[in-house]
Design a protein around this ligand. Structure first.
Ligand code: NDP
Length: 310
């Protein structure tokens, strides 16, 4: 029987997903119909984005599983109407995009590139940055994205520290975990990259106390989720110079309101949630493989642990 896959991602994205998804389903040996127009009660699988996902899953009475088209799953984790397995997306294109964005922003701050790019003063005042191995960079979150970013920064020679819930072993990375591990990971960090999911435990993890433990004048880079940061605490730390610069891609309210102090702050760079996009051409085969596994009675890959919230 034909497997019915309902595309419930952003309607504007359907054109870019239609062909890659259908091709990938066929390549995975699935007799599948993928469409945004399937009756909810007839859908076997539901593909959802980070935004615009259903809030009530009860009409999807035949559903076998939900597959996200994004890495962030906070909208699924706490939903009591969702009773079938849900898998988050781990996609080579998404990972590569995040590596590029993070490496770019880390190097910008490490090298102090702003002064030259803006070319503001006519003063010839060379400031030689330290080599990467003298720069402590910390990545909070060592999942699919955090590990890839950490490894790319290790390849550039940074003194790399990482932090996760469970113990990890990643070549070249000083891996920390748990509450004590957070202190060690942040102590003296000069650049901190946030790649944690938004959960009850991670909300406001960057606060007055954790900001104070970083090196004076250090940099916070947040492509994770807005609520990871206590915004008032970050603004206060920017004011005192404890934090020198912040590059922020995600916010509590998106789009970031026009009157938000981040927009006008000279030491804050705002990017409009573009750190990494899902790439249909790579994501489609991951989605198809997960549906194939489910149809074959195998556990899906990258299942969301709803108790942990990610
Ligand atoms: P994963 O689920 O693979 O990794 C999450 C990591 O966070 C894991 O290492 C996990 O630890 C760690 N973690 C979670 N909770 C805690 C905690 N309480 N204490 C310590 N560590 C914790 O997620 P991804 O790497 O795929 O994605 C990370 C986030 O990036 C997403 O949730 C999303 O918010 C964001 N994102 C942003 C994008 C953008 O464009 N701005 C694009 C894509 C993703 P452990 O390994 O022990 O489980």
């Amino acid at each position: 029987m034909t497997v019915q896959v309902l595309f419930a991602g952003r309607p504007a994205l359907w054109d870019s997903y239609a062909a890659p998804l259908q091709t990938a389903m066929t390549a995975a040996g699935l007799d599948a119909l993928v469409s945004p127009d399937i009756d909810p009660a007839q859908a076997d699988y539901l593909l959802v984005g980070a935004k615009g996902a259903p809030t009530d899953y009860r009409p999807f009475s035949r559903l076998k599983a939900v597959q996200t088209l994004s890495a962030g799953v906070e909208h699924l984790a706490g939903n009591p109407t969702l009773t079938v397995p849900a898998a988050r997306l781990v996609d080579p294109g998404l990972t590569q995009g995040m590596v590029e964005w993070c490496v770019g922003h880390v190097l910008r701050h490490h090298l102090g590139m702003d002064a030259q790019i803006k070319n503001t003063g006519a003063n010839w005042a060379p400031q030689v940055p330290p080599l990467a191995w003298h720069r402590k960079v910390t990545v909070l979150g060592l999942g699919a994205l955090g590990q890839a970013v950490a490894s790319a920064l290790v390849a550039l020679g940074f003194d790399l520290h990482g932090w996760s819930r469970s113990p990890k072993s990643i070549e070249g990375v000083a891996c920390h975990h748990g509450a004590d591990g957070l202190t060690q990971a942040l102590e003296g960090a000069e650049i901190t990259v946030l790649l944690l999911p938004k959960t009850d435990e991670t909300e406001n993890i960057i606060n007055a106390e954790t900001l104070a433990s970083m090196a004076r004048g250090s940099v916070v880079i947040n492509p994770g989720r807005g609520p990871l940061i206590d915004d008032d605490a970050l603004l206060a730390a920017l004011e005192t110079g404890q934090i020198g610069q912040a590059t922020l891609d995600v916010f509590r309210i998106e789009p970031l309101p026009e009157d938000h102090p981040y927009w006008a702050h000279p030491n804050v760079t705002v990017t409009p949630h573009i750190a990494s996009e899902t790439r249909p051409e790579t994501a489609a085969s991951v989605v198809a493989e997960n549906i194939r596994r489910c149809e074959a009675g195998l556990p899906m890959l990258y299942l969301v642990d709803r108790a942990r919230g990610y």
